[in-house]
Design a protein around this ligand. Structure first.
Ligand code: SF4
Length: 259
């Protein structure tokens, strides 16, 4: 493809790639390009993998510090573009990239947008989102203090579980978001998020209650707020998971948090 680029385009492309690299971004994904359109970015040599080895240190060298996180996230969003990389784009109204504090110590990751999120373009804004906000408040934090994202960025039809190939195609963007934000703790909300992030096929009972080393952060697994709406008895178990996170982050619950 590069033989089709003019010298000026090659120069622009080189400058752009350098800009990404300076921010610690080393994997690039090509947008779907209509016939006749010039290609400005090469597809990745290899996708950022879904982590396969829990309970071990996966990154022996620290991730590079990214100075301008908003710009780095903007570049990822730009790279996603008007994405058609998987079938989920067909029913999408709004792509749900992620929201929150780019310097957050704590990141929540769900499986994918629902109807409210698809309409508003923001993760966890429906009833489940309200419950997540309550969980965050119970930890002594505000929603604006944390970063929230999903494994897939487009709503699966009928709120079905995203399929493996859809997660595989979309999750490299989430991996890059994690690399930019560099949270201290990631909380995987629900089995789908946990299994995709950790590449472990296990029950929630086994996945919960322990730490995983993940991209320089600690990762914990708890129930998805949508599941808690269906089975509120599990809120107590969820609170145990959140307390584990709070202890690690040195957070103190407001007096009324414990119900
Ligand atoms: S879910 Fe991800 S990979 Fe699939 S179309 Fe949406 S942004 Fe692209």
């Amino acid at each position: 493809m590069s033989q089709d680029l003019t010298p000026e385009m090659k120069k622009q492309l080189a400058a752009r790639v350098n800009y990404y690299r300076e921010m610690g971004i080393h994997d690039f994904y090509r947008q779907h390009v209509a016939e006749g359109t010039q290609v400005m970015a090469k597809p990745p040599a290899e996708a950022v993998p879904v982590v396969a080895a829990p309970s071990s240190s996966l990154f022996e060298t620290p991730l590079p510090v990214i100075q301008d996180k908003p710009a780095a996230l903007n570049l990822i969003r730009e790279d996603i573009g008007d994405c058609t990389r998987c079938r989920l784009h067909k029913g999408r109204n709004k792509l749900v990239f992620g929201v929150g504090n780019v310097n957050a110590d704590l990141m929540f990751i769900g499986e994918g947008p629902g109807a409210d999120e698809d309409a508003q373009g923001e993760p966890f804004v429906g009833r489940a989102g309200q419950l997540l906000n309550n969980m965050i408040s119970a930890m002594g934090l505000k929603r604006e203090d944390v970063y929230i994202a999903n494994v897939v960025k487009c709503r699966p039809p009928g709120n079905r579980t995203p399929e493996k190939d859809e997660c595989d195609v979309c999750s490299p963007f989430l991996m890059r978001q994690i690399e930019v934000i560099q949270p201290k703790v990631i909380v995987a909300l629900g089995a789908v998020a946990a299994k995709n992030l950790l590449a472990i096929n296990d029950s929630m009972a086994n996945l919960r209650g322990r730490w995983y080393d993940f991209k320089g952060a600690r990762l914990a697994v708890t129930y998805h707020p949508a599941y808690l709406l269906r089975d509120p008895r599990q809120k107590k178990e969820t609170w145990k998971d959140l307390q584990m996170v709070m202890k690690y982050l040195g957070l103190t619950a407001p007096a009324k948090a414990q119900e």
